[in-house]
Design a protein around this ligand. Structure first.
Ligand code: PMP
Length: 422
């Protein structure tokens, strides 16, 4: 029964119907998987033949001309790596990643109090952690923010961990529902696992302030909860790697053991290379090494070992002082461009005379703007204006450029006009 229920959750049909048939045909009971909101927007964009179409669905950085960017730091790292017999162990990249998030001179590294492993980008790091959680806390659940990146639900579901949500986003204010968030943390059973976005929350672009992070950390202490940070955008919220790690470091100062998934997909533009890191802090070095061996075993049965080329690129960028400084400058350029586009989009909407409040466009941070557009408005944007975003109204600011801002603002104004009149 439980097996049938599980299978039906993935879109399978009743198994016994096929089984009872004499001429059993393999896989007849498999139905289509449910559509992912992000890939759904991409598919709709690809199917549109209009040359004017604009893709605001995908969270990948684009320049002012709307073109994908290979960072100069990556080109320089490529040049160092290409043709050399340069060999690098994952452990070097892991050490440098750990310093990036917990701090250059943090005790985490000095005392070797972490179990770290190279992961298949941020997704893979989350998945490894979810497996570790199920292995050693089989009855535990994961609390995910409402809202969150939709794949978080899939990752913990497929790892066999039950999911709950805690309140986070307030659709009224298009900001943080801080009191509800604190209440939910307080009311969760002591010792629960929570997933937190340390910066540039996806999809809402809404982050707690420093003061709020301090309160959240204190409440975690009282409740003895475990904080797992999914750091997919370090540097992309403020343009500064250290500032964007503030939340994690507040928790660190408060003495929490922490788990952290890191991705280099966005901040280094290494989307297809799949380079990431998972680190879990331990009480001491011996525990750290035991946990590391568990993580290595989990990874081995899932995918063997991760790809080497991206690892070489990330290691080179993180260990070569000049290239690292170049990376930090390029991060600032990318975030500045996104912030400029936020201001431009809001100004255009206000210039058009929209009576709706568009302050959240500039208040939110990171790659995305959670616009507040209703599903029918998103549909109209697709059909009438060839503008594509996810159905929940999330638009990627990276797809907004100086030459399409007026067009996008006008389209948004047109589809929200009636609501504005109400
Ligand atoms: N976490 C969050 C919050 C994300 O937004 C993303 C990317 N969309 C990821 C993890 C995973 O990114 P990747 O696997 O491409 O590194």
């Amino acid at each position: 029964m439980a097996a049938t229920r599980t299978m039906m959750r993935y879109g399978g049909r009743r198994w016994f119907t096929s089984c009872s048939s004499r001429a059993l045909r393999w896989w007849d009971h498999v139905g289509p998987a449910s559509k992912d909101p992000i890939t759904g927007a991409i598919e709709a964009f690809l199917a549109d033949p209009s040359p004017a179409k604009i893709n605001l669905g995908v969270g990948a950085y684009r320049d002012d001309e709307g073109k994908p960017v290979v960072l100069q730091c990556v080109r320089e790292a490529e040049a160092k790596v290409a043709g050399s017999d340069y060999f690098c162990l994952g452990s070097k990249m892991v050490e440098e990643s750990v310093k990036l998030v917990y701090g250059e001179d943090s005790f985490v590294f000095r005392e070797q109090r972490f179990a770290g492993i190279q992961a298949l980008s941020g997704t893979g790091a989350c998945r490894l952690f979810a497996e570790l959680q199920r292995r050693f806390y089989p009855d535990s659940e994961i609390y995910l923010p409402d809202l969150t990146w939709s794949n978080h639900h899939n990752i913990w579901r497929d790892a066999g961990v039950s999911r709950r949500t805690f309140r986070y986003y307030d659709p009224e204010t298009k900001g943080l529902n801080f009191s509800a968030l604190l209440d939910d943390i307080k009311n969760a059973p002591s010792g629960s696992f929570f997933l937190l976005h340390p910066c540039a929350h996806n999809p809402t672009g809404v982050d707690p302030t420093e003061e709020q992070w301090r309160e959240i950390s204190s409440m975690f202490k009282v409740k003895r909860h475990f904080p797992f940070f999914d750091m997919a955008y370090q540097g992309f919220a403020s343009g500064c790697l250290v500032k964007d790690a503030l939340s994690v470091r507040i928790f660190l100062e408060d003495g929490h053991l922490i788990g952290c998934a890191q991705s280099f997909a966005k901040n280094m533009g290494l989307y297809g290379h799949r380079v990431g890191c998972l680190s879990v802090l331990a009480n001491n070095t011996v525990q750290a090494s035991m946990m590391r061996s568990q993580l290595q075993q989990i990874a081995r049965s899932m995918y063997g070992s991760p790809p080497m080329h991206g690892l070489l690129l990330v290691s080179t960028i993180l260990t070569n002082l000049e290239i690292k400084a170049l990376w930090e400058r390029e991060l600032k350029v990318m975030t500045k461009r996104v912030q400029t586009m936020r201001t431009a989009l809001r100004e255009e909407l206000e210039k058009l005379g929209s009576s709706l409040n568009w302050q959240h466009v500039t208040n939110q941070v990171g790659m995305f703007c959670f616009s507040g557009l209703a599903p029918n408005e998103v549909e109209r944007l697709r059909k009438e204006f060839h503008i594509y975003m996810t159905i929940d109204g999330r638009l990627s600011m990276a797809g907004v450029t100086p030459s399409n801002t007026t067009y996008i603002a006008n389209a948004i104004h047109q589809v929200t006009r009636e609501r504005a009149r109400m």
